[in-house]
Design a protein around this ligand. Structure first.
Ligand SMILES: [Mg+2]
Length: 276
């Protein structure tokens, strides 16, 4: 990455290769203390989400490089390669995008409740680094066969959705994997998009995963897919695991809201209609 940036004439104050999220957060804080305004972070959704609390509502700009198993957040910014990330830093525009907030903690892109969270939490990092996104599919087989559906109670403002389901997805951003969670969702719409399917069979879970991969989830039977700018309260019975951008985040109940335009990022100069 430093080479791609230097080729584009970007002056680099320093570059570090880090082993853990803790080290990354320390490095980001050091850079901020040295008054470096633009900080490039290479990594997937989990890596990006671990640093966003330090950028939230501050004058520092996060430059996202998609280098993980899942890069949904980068995709939502119109960044799909190292080259486009380098172009965004060198020739792009600074924008402010939304962050999600779950139980008081900022996050970048999406969170899952139930089966997907269990899979994300149980997929070993070593497996992810060897086989990439297929690691999730490999790790999904056993939990899928054993997983029991749960009752969900989702409330926002004066609305309420009750469902018996295997999983719920809530997204601040546009992408879940490589496809948009809903056709209108963006990182700057001030809204959280919610996906829940009121179905309990194992077959329905497979069907949902395939539809999500193909971006065809809106057409499934029993689907509730909506978005709101209001705070969402989500309870489940029994308690279900929560995963935030692929990282473990305890169990339900949770409260989720949007922090509008809370994060400064660099986006490519020519952005598509749905990118910020
Ligand atoms: Mg949004």
């Amino acid at each position: 990455m430093p080479r791609l940036l230097r080729e584009r004439g970007v002056p680099i104050a320093g570059a570090e290769l880090l082993d853990s999220r803790e080290q990354l957060v320390k490095a980001v804080r050091r850079a901020m203390k040295s008054k470096i305004r633009r900080i490039v972070v290479c990594g997937g959704d989990g890596t990006q989400t671990s640093v966003v609390p330090h950028f939230a509502k501050r004058r520092y700009t996060l430059c996202v490089v998609p280098a993980g198993t899942g890069n949904s957040f980068a995709l939502g910014l119109g960044i799909d390669s190292f080259e486009s990330a380098a172009d965004a830093v060198a020739f792009g525009n600074e924008r402010r995008v939304d962050l999600g907030v779950v139980n008081g903690t900022y996050f970048a892109n999406f969170l899952t409740v139930g089966l997907s969270a269990q899979v994300a939490n149980e997929t070993p990092r070593s497996l992810k680094s060897i086989v990439g996104p297929a690691a999730y599919a490999v790790s999904a087989v056993v939990p899928l066969l054993l997983h029991r559906p749960f009752r969900a109670d989702i409330r926002w403002k004066r609305h309420r959705v009750r469902s018996k389901t295997h999983q719920i997805i809530l997204a601040n951003g546009r992408f879940y994997g490589h496809t948009p969670l809903s056709k209108d969702a963006t990182l700057s719409d001030g809204r959280i998009t919610v996906f829940v399917r009121d179905r309990t069979s194992t077959m329905s879970v497979v069907e949902t995963y395939v539809a999500l991969l193909r971006g065809a989830q809106a057409n499934l039977s029993g689907v509730d897919l909506w978005s709101t700018s209001k705070t969402i309260r989500l309870k489940t019975k029994p308690k279900a695991p929560v995963s935030v951008d692929g990282c473990e985040f305890g169990n339900t109940p949770i409260r989720i809201r949007v922090a509008r335009r809370a994060l400064r990022v660099m986006v490519p100069a020519c952005t598509e209609a749905h990118t910020p």
